[in-house]
Design a binder for this molecule. Structure first.
Ligand code: SF4
Length: 78
């Protein structure tokens, strides 16, 4: 399964998932640092965007940063 492939290579594998579901950039910063060197960061971000996941850090971006990312992509496409 495609999804399982990238999850197997996730840098956060084995970490407490609750660390990725926090509110605010200050609390998210430590896990964002984990994501920065994750080999599947793009896949993770795409998964969150494709599935409208609105909470937590995915692909190194908080939910707020993902919304900004989507707005930017939309603006560039139009
Ligand atoms: S980008 Fe971050 S949240 Fe996504 S798989 Fe990698 S370490 Fe985990």
């Amino acid at each position: 399964m495609q999804e399982a492939n990238w999850l197997d290579r996730a840098r956060c594998r084995g970490m407490d998932p609750d660390r990725f579901f926090v509110r605010g950039i200050a609390q998210a910063r430590p896990v964002i640092r984990v994501c920065e060197r994750c080999p599947v960061r793009d896949q993770c971000l795409s998964y969150a965007l494709d599935n409208d996941i609105t909470f937590g850090v995915w692909g190194g971006l908080t939910e707020r940063q993902r919304r900004a990312h989507q707005r930017k992509q939309f603006a560039e496409a139009s």
